[in-house]
Ligand binder design. Structure first.
Ligand code: HEC
Length: 135
């Protein structure tokens, strides 16, 4: 009896199996879109973005680290961009935003993240930033 269950489990387990080669041949219509939920986690986590750009991109609501930290950010010139305010942003498309995040803006607090974030992390961030711009 035990043996039958084992065989049935093995057979059932193979039903949904698609060989990797078959999947790879599917046509890719557009570049893979980022995962906005993951982007949000990176924005508030290892990306450290929220410290300057605000919790949920709300520029007036930054996580508090210390008084000194708050003061340094308040004095930044230029000030961190309001990522919710689409009309005020300088970047025209995701390619420019990708470059802003990966290579930073020289001479500003928007420092490069190329050693900190994977390209896929940045793609996920872009999906999240797109949602912020609709707020
Ligand atoms: C230490 C503060 C700081 C942190 C942390 C920071 N930024 Fe910025 N960011 C800035 C500043 C300042 C600017 C504006 C630079 C300028 O005006 O050239 C900016 C600009 C940008 C822009 C371009 C906005 C535009 O006008 O098009 C994007 C996109 C952006 N940041 C995304 C991010 C993301 C995503 C993260 C996290 C990985 C992040 N930033 C972390 C300070 C910061």
């Amino acid at each position: 009896m035990k043996r039958m269950i084992l065989i049935a489990a093995l057979l059932l387990g193979t039903v949904g199996f698609v060989p990797a080669s078959a999947r790879a041949e599917e046509p890719v219509a557009s570049p893979p879109a980022g995962d906005a939920a993951r982007g949000k986690t990176i924005f508030h986590g290892k990306g450290g973005c929220a410290y300057c750009h605000g919790t949920d991109g709300d520029i007036g609501r930054r996580p508090r680290k210390s008084d000194a930290h708050t003061q340094v950010i308040a004095q930044l010139d230029p000030q961190p961009a309001d990522l919710r305010n689409a009309a005020a942003l300088k970047s025209k498309d995701d390619a420019q935003r990708f470059a802003s995040i990966k290579f930073g803006h020289p001479g500003t607090a928007m420092f490069p993240r190329e050693t900190q974030l994977l390209d896929s992390d940045i793609t996920d961030l872009l999906a999240y930033l797109a949602i912020l711009r609709t707020n």
